[in-house]
Design a protein around this ligand. Structure first.
Ligand SMILES: Cc1cc2nc3c(=O)[nH]c(=O)nc-3n(C[C@H](O)[C@H](O)[C@H](O)COP(=O)(O)OP(=O)(O)OC[C@H]3O[C@@H](n4cnc5c(N)ncnc54)[C@H](O)[C@@H]3O)c2cc1C
Length: 595
């Protein structure tokens, strides 16, 4: 961890130049982190991949026994404090483990629901008694956890749930009644984090419920498109008696807990999808090398090289953004602890701070994995469609990531909403830079600066991307005011522009740091990945920007904004074909994802 004294904050990347020294790059893992990654990777290769069919058939007791094995290896306790049986490792290490487990299909989902949304509410919101009672058993695997927020009538609108809790006459317990839906691990979980409204409260409260309390009725397993091995059930709470001491945090704090836990979950989901993406690329390149048509390996065809390279670029970019954010969170956590906050409070504050980035990571990486899986099927041709090859499962399993932990539409709205709200509260100075851009637009474009350093051009592009976003988001907010929330198409455009800014800057910073650590040698493929990503981002930002401007502006203002956008997304000619070939050739030579 570096630069503890710096105060990078969520959304700030839009208004200031970020510093490569502030980010963590995967090339910096220490020996301990590499050992943990190897041990997770080994577990997935030996224990999970050979029996994926049995897992997907939901063989009785199999998933639970695999979770038990993972617990025995210590995987459940990686981020948990030593006093509760854990290893108290840092956040990046815990994400790294999630990344490697991410390649294990349904097991990854069971693992994430247990250690993420299942355990973390107790870790971060539990009082001492609750932590002492539940965490050691959850770390050892004796108990498994699930998270019950969604209901048949309440999905994206999570606070509209109808599950109700009423205090008993003797004041000793709440009586819970209601129905939860789509509950991962619900079929076997011993401990459930359940959200319900007490009496006629407007906002949810959260409870820790043990299955053994009674009044918990499990419905049959759902039949799903993918992640078939992951348990997903509806749960009825029929007058379930919950001791008052099992209220988590305070009354009506449940919605806040749900949102904060989702912030954590979104970053974890990004880590898991990066792991799944790398494994899918490795399968794709191996198959492409082995499969011969027209007298040569299909990996020799330019059309296939394009796909392999593009798969790698998207995963590499997502990974860069993931660990950049992880380090920001780690830095913020350190600062909050230094300022006297308890660790759990500090963690929650740090996550709240980087909530826009958490949503960016969730949307970007789930869509990157969908692309990787889709092209994986294509590279396998007919075998991509066969249940005997790995791609059909990969394709089906990858799709859920755009739906849970907040759909990608909801997350896109969250990105823009949070950034604009912070600007309105004065926490993020968007207006100052936005006004500067307006005066820049009125003036003659400045001559190119004399910066001739290695990545000067890309640095300039990204500074301009930021101007595009500030110009368009700032003007849209001024013109539409409160109506902007109803113009979701424009919000989606702006969200996609912000995602492109954050991810392209993350890849650039990774390259800058890499070169500063190791020099230019050996980084030519990574440099090519960064350049393809940044050049493509310019075109995407241009398209999204144009759509947004044409939707809300008119007359001279429209003309000026379109001209500004053209100026800010202008790039010099770049041979993306050669760059992609260079990347693909490395993958083909190594026969595995190697970046
Ligand atoms: C396999 C699986 C596992 C799951 N695991 C869990 C779990 O462990 N615990 C849990 O609590 N939940 C879980 N969920 C539930 C999941 O989080 C929800 O499905 C998700 O939040 C979406 O809610 P919904 O299905 O009701 O869709 P809806 O909210 O009905 O959304 C339908 C569509 O409308 C869009 N939409 C909704 N509102 C808006 C809006 N305001 N503006 C624009 N578009 C909108 C959505 O983006 C989506 O495209 C799981 C779901 C699945 C499928």
């Amino acid at each position: 961890m570096e630069n503890l004294n710096k105060t990078v904050t969520g959304g700030q990347f839009l208004i200031s130049e970020s510093n490569a020294a502030d980010i963590f790059i995967p090339e910096e893992y220490n020996e301990e982190q590499k050992l943990i990654a190897d041990s997770c990777n080994d577990f997935v290769r030996r224990e999970i991949i050979p029996i994926l069919d049995r897992i997907d058939n939901q063989e009785e007791g199999l998933m639970v026994s695999l979770l038990d094995k993972a617990a025995e290896l210590g995987f459940f306790g990686i981020p948990v404090a030593a006093e509760y049986g854990g290893f108290d490792m840092n956040y990046i290490t815990s994400l790294l483990a999630t990344e490697y487990i991410g390649a294990s299909h349904s097991f990854a989902v069971a693992f994430a629901a247990n250690t993420g949304i299942g355990m973390t509410p107790i870790m971060y919101y539990g009082n001492d008694e609750q932590k002492k009672k539940y965490l050691p058993k959850l770390v050892s695997g004796e108990w498994k956890a699930c998270y019950c927020l969604t209901e048949p009538g309440s999905g994206s609108d999570a606070n509209s749930g109808r599950t109700k809790a009423v205090l008993s006459d003797d004041g000793k317990y709440y009586v819970l009644k209601g129905q939860k839906m789509w509950i991962t691990n619900g079929g076997f979980a011993d401990v459930m984090i359940v959200f319900a409204k007490i009496d006629d409260d407007a906002t949810l409260s959260a409870f820790i419920i043990e299955k053994s309390f009674g009044g918990v009725q499990l419905m049959p397993e759902e039949h799903k498109m993918g992640i078939k091995g992951s348990s997903t059930v509806q749960i009825f709470f029929n007058d379930c008696k919950v001791p008052v001491e099992n209220l988590l945090s305070e009354r009506q704090q449940g919605f806040k807990i749900a949102l904060n836990i989702l912030n954590l979950g979104r970053v974890k989901l990004a880590a898991a999808t990066i792991g799944a993406g790398k494994a899918t690329i490795s399968n794709s390149v191996k198959y492409a090398n082995e499969r011969h048509q027209f007298g040569k390996s299909i990996s020799q065809f330019g059309a296939i090289k394009y796909k392999l390279a593009e798969q790698a670029i998207r995963v590499f970019a997502g990974e860069s953004a993931l660990y950049r954010t992880a380090n920001y969170i780690e830095q913020a956590l350190g600062l909050h602890i230094k300022s006297g906050k308890a660790k759990s409070e500090a963690i929650l504050k740090a996550f709240e701070q980087f909530a826009p980035e958490a949503s960016i990571l969730k949307v970007y990486s789930s869509e990157a994995l969908n692309y990787v899986a889709d092209e994986g099927v294509q590279i396998y041709g007919g075998m991509g469609y066969s249940a005997e090859a790995p791609m059909d499962r990969t394709y089906r399993d990858s799709r859920i990531n755009r739906i849970f932990e907040g759909t990608n539409e909801i997350n896109r709205m969250v990105i823009v909403d949070m950034i604009l709200k912070r600007a309105m509260k004065g926490e993020l100075n968007l207006m100052g830079p936005a006004l500067k851009i307006q005066s820049e637009l009125m003036s003659v474009p400045a001559m190119d600066s004399s910066d001739d350093s290695l990545f000067a051009q890309e640095r300039k592009y990204i500074a301009n991307f930021k101007k595009s976003v500030l110009m368009i988001a700032g003007t849209a907010a001024q013109r539409l005011m409160n109506k902007l929330a109803d113009e979701q198409e424009i919000l989606m455009n702006i969200a996609d522009m912000i995602i492109d800014v954050f991810v392209s800057e993350s890849v650039l910073l990774r390259l800058e740091k890499l070169v500063s650590l190791n020099g230019e040698n050996g980084n030519s493929e990574r440099t090519a990945m960064m350049r393809v990503f940044v050049n493509d981002a310019a075109d995407r930002i241009n398209k999204n920007g144009k759509e947004a401007i044409n939707a809300f502006a008119g007359g001279d203002e429209q003309k000026m904004l379109l001209l500004g956008l053209k100026r800010f997304t202008k790039t010099e000619p770049f041979n993306a074909k050669e760059a992609r070939r260079h990347i693909a050739d490395k993958l083909i030579e190594k026969n595995v994802y190697c970046f």
